[in-house]
Each structure stands twice: as structure tokens, then as C-alpha cells.
Design a protein around this ligand. Structure first.
Ligand code: AMP
Length: 122
């Protein structure tokens, strides 16, 4: 993982250097509350491995890691009881995707209507 920055904030959370509000954890994934929530439920699900983007994870992750990630997202929506009313999953990737933290994370947003997916610009 040549381009993975081991100093990024989520890597530091995984090493226990920074606290987090954990919602769910399994062997290969961690889910914790976003520090600046944009909805009543705003949880980030991350793989424990050093993956920067979705395409890195898809290409280099193992089947066990992929399965654990999917299971963790489902565990979050169950834990926060957002399945019945619906929720949104977002993964920002790279510059055009406006990814701020260079460790793959899926946003789980719910607890209120979250509006249209993208704002029109220009
Ligand atoms: P993104 O723009 O997709 O990279 O989103 C990064 C997210 O990480 C933002 O929603 C931040 O609020 C969130 N974030 C940054 N630092 C922390 C932290 N220490 N604990 C929890 N969430 C964080």
C-alpha cells in the first residue's frame, strides 16, 4: 500500500491513539460516530486494513474483509434503527469525490430525511 498515509486520523483511531465513539466492531471493520454529525445518525464505517479508497479496498481487500465491512454497515443501521425509515450510504473518493481523510470510510446517514443526493452547481 505504497500511497497509504499511516498518519491519517483514522489510522490513529485504529491504533488507539485517538478516542472514538464506537458503534460496532468486528475482526476487519470499525464503526464510530462522526465527530461533526450531519444527521441524527452519522456513523463512519472503516476497514481495519490500510485502504485509501473504495477501489483500493475492492482490488486489494480479502473476501473476509469485504464481508466484514458489509456486515458492519448492516450492524450500524440495525443498531441505530434507521432501516425502516431509510438512510444514505456515501463513500467519497479522491479529489473529485471530496475525500478529506485518506482512509476508506463509508458514511451512514439517517434519522431524518437527508435531501437530494447532490446540489446543482453553476
Ligand atoms: P470525508 O470528507 O468523506 O473524508 O469525511 C471525513 C469525515 O470524518 C468528516 O465527516 C469528519 O467530520 C469526520 N472526522 C474527522 N475526524 C474525525 C474523528 N476524529 N472522529 C470522528 N469523525 C471524524
Amino acid at each position: 500500500m505504497a500511497d497509504y498515509d499511516k498518519g491519517n486520523i483514522f489510522a490513529r483511531i485504529l491504533r488507539g491513539e485517538i478516542p472514538n465513539d464506537t458503534v460496532f466492531e468486528n475482526a476487519h471493520a470499525l464503526a464510530f460516530r462522526d465527530i461533526q454529525p450531519q444527521a441524527p445518525t452519522h456513523v463512519l464505517v472503516i476497514p481495519k486494513g490500510p485502504y485509501r479508497t473504495w477501489h483500493d479496498f475492492a482490488r486489494d481487500g480479502t473476501a473476509a474483509e469485504h464481508s466484514a465491512f458489509v456486515q458492519a454497515v448492516a450492524a450500524v443501521t440495525t443498531a441505530d434503527s434507521v432501516e425502516a425509515d431509510g438512510y444514505r450510504l456515501i463513500v467519497n473518493n479522491g479529489d473529485n469525490g471530496h475525500q478529506d481523510v485518506p482512509h476508506l470510510h463509508m458514511h451512514v446517514l439517517g434519522g431524518r430525511p437527508v435531501g437530494p443526493m447532490l446540489k446543482r452547481q453553476g
